[in-house]
Design a protein around this ligand. Structure first.
Ligand code: WQD
Length: 323
C-alpha cells in the first residue's frame, strides 16, 4: 500500500509517517508547510507542498504516486483561534476535506483515515466517553471535526470507500526530539515554557467538580497514537466497506495538578503552580473509553504519562537550549 499522509510534516503527521514506514508501508507526504516542518519528513519519503483546497494537484499526486489509501491530518487545530476565525476553519477543515474526498473518490482510492478529535464531544457529562456519547462540540474547531466525520462517513456509504474517524484525546510526547511538538498551545509545552522562564506554571481553575479541583484529561503518547493509525489503516485496506469511529485514549484520567507535579519531578523543577482563573470553555473532565478500539483492532496504549513528559522534555530542551 502507498499512503498519502496529508499534514505529514506536522507534529502528529510526522509520527504517523514514521510508524507507517516502520510497519513496512510506503508513504507520500502532502503538506502546505503552514505549520509543518519539511525536515520532519524522512529521507526517501516524497514531500509535495500543496493545499488540500487544490483538488487538481491532489488528483495528480494520487495518480503519480499510485496512492491506495489516505491518512488525512492536515487541518487547523487551535480551538481559541477557531472562535475568532470560524470561516477560515470551515474552509480549511471542511472544504479542504470535501475537495480531498472528491480527488480520492475520482481516483478510486480504497481507504481513508480521518483525524478527528475529542473536541466533537464538547462538555461530556459522563465518567468515560464512549463513541456513543452525544457529540455537542463547543467550538467551531470541534464543529469542523464533527462535520468532517459526517462527510467522510457519507462518502464511504455512497462510494464504498473504507473509512475511519479517529477521535484523539490529549496528545503529548515525541518519538525523538526532532519530532517534538513545536507549538506552545497545550498543557505540557505551556508548563515547560514557564519552567524555562523560571516562572510558576499556571493552573487554569482549581474549583472544578473533580477530586483535586483541576480539570481531568486523558493523555495519550503520540507514538501510541501513530500506531493506532497503522492498525486502522491496515483494517481499512483488508476489509473493504469498513466504517469505523474510534476514540484514541488510554481510559485514564489525569488532573492538571497531577500533570504539573510529574513535570516538576521529571524535569527537576520544583516551582509550585499558580492557580489563575478558569479558561472559558474548558470541560471539567474528558476521559475516553478505549474499549472499542481494543475490541475492534486489538490496539492498546503502551506508554504512560511519564514517558510522554520525558520525551516531550527532551524535545523541548533540544529546541530551547538553556543559556
Ligand atoms: C489541558 C488542561 C487546561 C495550560 C485541546 C483541544 C482539544 C485537542 C487538544 C486538538 C485544561 C489546563 C493548560 C496551562 C492549565 N485539540 N491548562 N495550564 O483544552 O483539553 O484540549 O487540545 O486538536 O480539542 O480542546 O488541552 O492541553 O490546552 O489543556 O491549567 O498552562 O490543562 O485548562 O484543563 P484541552 P490543553
Amino acid at each position: 500500500m502507498t499512503w498519502l499522509i496529508t499534514g505529514g510534516a506536522g507534529y502528529i503527521g510526522a509520527h504517523v509517517v514514521r510508524a507507517m514506514l516502520d510497519a513496512g508501508e510506503r508513504a507520500v507526504v502532502y503538506d502546505d508547510l503552514s505549520t509543518g516542518i519539511a525536515e520532519r519528513v524522512p529521507d526517501g519519503v516524497p514531500l509535495v507542498v500543496g493545499s488540500t483546497l487544490d483538488g487538481e494537484r491532489l488528483g495528480r499526486v494520487i495518480r503519480d504516486h499510485g496512492i491506495t489509501g489516505v491518512v488525512h491530518l492536515a487541518a487547523k487545530k487551535q480551538v481559541g483561534e477557531s472562535v475568532e476565525l470560524p470561516l477560515h476553519y470551515y474552509r480549511e477543515n471542511v472544504e479542504g476535506l470535501r475537495v480531498l474526498l472528491e480527488a480520492v473518490t475520482a481516483a478510486q482510492v480504497r481507504s481513508f483515515v480521518f483525524s478527528s478529535s475529542a473536541a466533537v464531544y464538547g462538555m461530556p457529562d459522563v465518567d468515560l466517553v464512549t463513541e456513543e456519547t452525544p457529540c455537542l462540540p463547543m467550538s467551531p474547531y470541534g464543529e469542523t471535526k464533527l462535520a468532517g466525520e459526517w462527510l467522510v462517513r457519507a462518502t464511504g456509504r455512497a462510494t464504498g470507500l473504507s473509512t475511519a474517524s479517529l477521535r484523539y484525546f490529549n496528545v503529548a510526547g515525541a518519538a525523538t526530539p526532532e519530532l517534538a511538538d513545536t507549538g506552545v498551545f497545550n498543557l505540557v509545552p505551556m508548563v515547560f515554557e514557564k519552567l524555562t522562564d523560571n516562572a510558576p506554571p499556571r493552573v487554569f481553575g482549581a474549583d472544578y467538580p473533580t477530586p483535586d479541583g483541576t480539570c481531568v484529561r486523558d493523555y495519550i503518547h503520540v507514538v501510541d497514537l501513530a500506531e493506532a493509525h497503522v492498525a486502522t489503516a491496515r483494517r481499512l485496506s483488508a476489509v473493504p466497506g469498513t466504517d469505523l469511529t474510534l476514540n484514541i485514549g488510554r481510559g485514564e484520567g489525569v488532573s492538571v495538578r497531577e500533570m504539573i507535579d510529574r513535570i516538576n519531578t521529571l524535569t527537576g523543577h520544583a516551582l509550585p503552580p499558580e492557580v489563575v482563573d478558569r479558561r472559558p470553555g474548558d470541560p471539567a473532565r474528558v476521559v475516553a473509553s478505549a474499549d472499542r478500539i481494543a475490541a475492534e483492532l486489538g490496539w492498546k496504549a503502551r506508554y504512560g504519562v511519564d514517558d510522554m513528559i520525558s520525551s516531550a522534555w527532551a524535545g523541548w530542551t533540544s529546541n530551547h537550549p538553556v543559556e
